[in-house]
Every structure is written in C-alpha cells, then in structure tokens.
Design a protein. Structure first.
Length: 128
C-alpha cells in the first residue's frame, strides 16, 4: 500500500499518514477506513500528520474526492498538519478552506515533521 497509517505517538492522539510514491484514490479510501477503525480504540480527538514528502503526484479529481470522503467519527477529527505539500496541494487546501471555514481552521501546512509535531502538541486554544 502506498499510504501507511500508524499512530504518531503512544498516547494515540494523532495519526501519521505517510504517502509514498504513486497512490490511488482506492488506497486513500482504504487508509480512511483503517483510520476509522483505529479511531474506535480511543474516545478522544485525533489529530493527523499527513506526510507527503515522498508522495508521487496527486491522482486526478482531487477536489471532488477529498470533499466527499468522510470520517466515520467526525467528532473525533482534530487538526491536520500537512508536511511536504506541493504547490498543487497548497492550492487545493486553499480552495477547500474558502469553501468551508471549519476546514481552514483545522489545516496547517508545514515544512518539517518536527514542526507538525510541535503544532499538534499545542493546546487547541493556541491555534487561532
């Protein structure tokens, strides 16, 4: 699988989604299912680190696919830090943020894994 989903820490407060090489929307959907199953293990909010540093190009129809993919436990969805975003991904996040204010408040584009971990370690009140 070109998308690997693991817990980012022992406390299970964040997922690490690692994208490697070329991947498909079917693999993305399977990763979402895996995340949903893993989220059943906890009752708290879960943040996500999306690691695109080794990702190939984003498959076509990205805007429509990402908008319609849903988590089974939206109440557990936390912040999302995107590492290694291309100009295309940054533009996609900008478009989705304009369509949905909640989307904008949840996403951060960062340059390093350390920066992602620092942002997600902060209390939610410090994000705005």
């Amino acid at each position: 699988m070109s998308i690997t989903v693991t817990w980012a820490n022992e406390q299970k407060t964040a997922f690490n989604w690692q994208f490697q090489g070329q991947w498909t929307w079917l693999e993305y959907s399977e990763a979402m299912k895996q995340s949903n199953a893993m989220s059943d293990e906890v009752s708290h909010r879960i943040d996500v680190i999306v690691d695109l540093r080794q990702s190939g190009m984003i498959p076509s129809n990205a805007l429509s696919y990402v908008r319609f993919e849903r988590a089974e436990h939206p109440e557990k969805m936390g912040r999302i830090a995107v590492v290694g975003a291309s100009i295309f991904v940054k533009t996609l996040i900008d478009i989705l943020s304009r369509l949905n204010q909640n989307f904008q408040s949840r996403f951060r584009v960062v340059k390093t894994m350390e920066e992602a971990q620092q942002i997600l370690a902060r209390p939610l009140s410090n994000e705005h």
